[in-house]
Design a protein around this ligand. Structure first.
Ligand code: SF4
Ligand code: SF4
Length: 705
């Protein structure tokens, strides 16, 4: 049972003049439908997963409109889907997390950008840069520059975001170029409202189908030589000027005037709210955002319109460009524009701001104070300086009061099926030594942190086996690649497994088959358990119900293949040790099976609640530690890392070491008992059964037991 988006789906149906309330990313979703989009695709990833998740669940409504939605198996498939807009006037939108997703999609994007589009195409990018970002810290801007695709960076205000979605399609059509829209985490989650419009049923759709391929075969629509040479020229000679014309005519960028006319700030749209907060802190903007310093907000960060830059800057003494991340593409382009037009304004940017990393409001206060100190000494910046020193002293005080805080790395959910596999790997490593472990993107990467500390490299989604290909032949011990089922279907099967088979690799691959792409919100995969299995399995794992992964591996030629139940630590350790030590050559694959606990709890809880409501008997398992037996050496904690297995003061006044304890929240996954058994730990763990709605027999038994 996935998360339900019933309320969100209702808000997609709002019509003319009704008020939409919600998050930025849902505003984008609604605006796609208002724009007459014909098809939507994508690959999940924060902070844009919501778009696709909601669309997939809204299938019935989208069918009514004739909009096709596809949950693609990778960003490459999603980007290639946009090929539908090359020959047909059909609008298409796709979404994924960037930079990683854009990297995966890069090949198809290059071809798409070369061929150009007839129907508008919009690529909604979750720009995972800065605080909270979980991927390599790079910007999507470079892709826009290299392929000459346009990049929107909307000011985080719902009305503006929704309008730019519609304008994005028009811009794409006016210039025959794909348009990207980058949305940072805060823009995706900013809440607000806007006045909705009716959804527009697409002209070409699943209800109004194409009657065939284009009437005239146009070779130039193929990104294939010699057409590619002409397309390369078209980009700068025709499409770029057309885009600039559209951007200027429709005022996609915004100018906010201010009384300090000799100064100006040029800011990426997505940073605007942070800038206003910084200006307010400095006493230079009011609560509604009216600034004393004029601001040019770039809702389109590529291409820039030189005339707009010149018009904004020509009467100014100094200009500050606020552009997050490196290198400073926008600042360099503005410098060129100003120099060519002989605009004398002094240009600042990275000289007063840091080069790499996020621009928080605090960082902007610092940068603005430097800029104003040089160019506007008449403006009183003491408010900002006072605020900065207060922030500093609060931080110092907190540091003194709290002392050095323990690191709190992210970790597996309670009862996660992946934790036992790493316990088993840790146990085997004690016997045979530590191997090189190539980690992948997904929940299992939490095992890089203590107490497992496994994972020497991380090269991308589904890339772990490929990343071990160079290490393995040079290692005395087999290198181990760990991959989730999400990564397996995304890229791992071909980049890793097929490549290893082709090259007669001798490594070990552990695939965590938890049933879903869990780290991105439990989306379905090719090997997700069928619906009937999920409905039937209250007590058991539903992930065992599908064997697609195993048959695929066998079909491809994997000879050594074991499927293990994750929670049986002893059996996992046995299979893993065998894989590491067997004389048999070739790729060894362990499919470690156990349903994602997050998804399982979502699925099981309503079923259990329903059963209890009807008075049905239900048995819940919990684990505990006998504090008299616990030796206090905490080997169990070092082998498990479960947050509900922790320590408490020793109740024995003669012993000072804290004892292990299981706190509320234990879901009874059984790992504690399994670890104690497999590692021959002290016999302090006990298993308890909590019986709800007990029968008469349960009560009698409890009394006599
Ligand atoms: S989401 Fe699922 S797979 Fe991921 S850590 Fe939680 S239980 Fe484990
Ligand atoms: S049995 Fe142990 S590992 Fe499993 S949830 Fe309970 S405390 Fe955590």
């Amino acid at each position: 049972m996935e998360r339900q988006f019933t309320r969100e789906i209702e808000s997609l149906k709002l019509g003319d003049g009704e008020t939409f309330h919600g998050e930025g990313i849902l505003a984008v979703t609604k605006a796609l439908l208002q724009s007459g989009v014909s098809y939507v695709g994508g690959y999940q990833g924060a902070p844009v997963s919501h778009l696709l998740d909601v669309m997939v669940q809204a299938k019935d409504y989208l069918d009514e409109l004739g909009v096709h939605v596809e949950a693609c198996t990778s960003e490459a498939s999603a980007a290639a889907m946009l090929g539908a807009s090359i020959n047909y006037p059909a609008r298409g939108a796709v979404t994924w997390k960037s930079i990683v997703g854009t990297n995966v999609a890069a090949d198809a994007l290059s071809y798409l950008a070369s061929a150009g589009v007839m129907g508008g195409t919009l690529i909604v990018l979750g720009e995972d840069y800065g605080e909270g970002g979980v991927v390599a810290q790079e910007r999507s801007h470079a892709f826009a520059l290299k392929s000459l695709m346009w990049l929107l960076d909307p000011r985080p205000e719902l009305g503006r975001i929704a309008e730019l979605v519609e304008r994005g399609f028009e811009l794409s059509e006016a210039s025959n170029t794909p348009v990207m829209m980058e949305l940072r985490i805060r823009a995706c989650h900013v809440r607000g409202s806007f006045s909705s419009k009716n959804n527009v049923p697409p002209v070409i759709s699943t209800r109004h189908k194409l009657d065939g391929p284009p009437k005239d075969f146009i070779y130039d629509r193929l990104a294939h030589p010699p057409a590619t040479f002409r397309q390369e020229k078209l980009k700068s000679e025709v499409r770029l000027p057309a885009a600039r014309r559209y951007i200027a005519e429709h005022r996609l960028n915004e100018v906010f005037p201010g009384s300090e006319r000799e100064l100006g700030i040029v800011v990426q749209g997505g940073l605007y709210n942070g800038l206003v907060a910084a200006l307010r802190t400095l006493g230079l903007a009011d609560a509604f955002g009216a600034s004393r310093i004029p601001i040019l907000v770039l809702n389109v960060v590529y291409p820039l319109v030189p005339e707009e830059i010149v018009e904004f800057s020509q009467s100014k003494n100094a200009l500050l460009v606020l552009e997050e991340g490196q290198p400073e593409f926008i600042e360099q382009e503005i410098a060129t524009v100003l120099r060519r037009a002989d605009v004398p304004a002094k240009l600042h940017g990275k000289d007063v701001m840091h080069m790499a990393g996020e621009y928080s409001a605090e960082a902007m206060v610092r940068g603005l104070a430097k800029f104003l100190g040089e160019h506007a000494p008449h403006l009183d910046a003491t408010k900002g300086a006072t605020w900065l020193s207060e922030v500093r002293s609060t931080r110092e005080k907190a540091g003194q009061l709290l002392g050095p805080l323990p690191a709190r790395p992210p970790q597996f959910c309670i009862g996660c099926p992946e934790r036992p596999v790493f316990s088993a790997m840790k146990l085997v490593a004690k016997e045979i030594g530590r191997p090189h472990v190539s980690m992948d993107v997904g929940c299992h990467a939490f095992a890089s942190f203590e107490p497992f500390s496994q994972g020497n490299t991380l090269l991308g989604y589904g890339m772990s086996l490929a990343a071990a290909a160079g290490v393995n032949p040079m290692s005395q011990k087999r290198a181990v690649a760990v991959m989730g089922d999400g990564g397996f279907w995304h890229n791992g099967l071909l980049s890793g497994v097929a490549s290893s088979l082709l090259n007669r690799g001798d490594g070990v691959l552990v695939v965590m088959k938890n049933g879903y792409a869990s780290a991105t919100g439990t989306q379905e995969l090719l090997s997700s358990p069928p619906e009937e299995a999920r409905e039937a399995a209250i007590g058991a794992s539903a992930a065992h119900a599908d064997r697609t992964m195993e048959s695929t591996l066998r079909g491809l030629g994997v000879k050594w293949l074991r499927t293990v139940d994750n929670y049986r630590v002893g059996s996992v350790a046995k299979a893993y040790k065998e894989a590491m030590t067997t004389a048999e050559k070739g790729l060894k694959v362990i499919v470690a099976e156990g349903e994602c606990q997050l998804e399982r709890q979502r699925r099981v809880r309503p079923l259990v609640a329903e059963k209890l409501k009807k008075g049905g008997r239900h048995v819940r398992v919990k684990y505990g530690v006998d504090e008299d037996t616990c030796t206090g050496d905490h080997s169990c904690i070092r082998l498990s890392g479960c947050p509900t297995l922790t320590v408490k003061d020793n109740p024995d006044p003669l012993r000072t070491d804290p004892v292990a304890t299981v706190i509320d929240g234990c879901v009874g996954c059984g790992l504690c008992g399994e670890n104690a058994h497999a590692a021959v730990l002290c016999p302090s763990f006990y298993r308890a059964e909590v019986v709800q709605n007990p029968t008469l027999w349960d009560r009698i038994f409890a009394r006599v037991a």
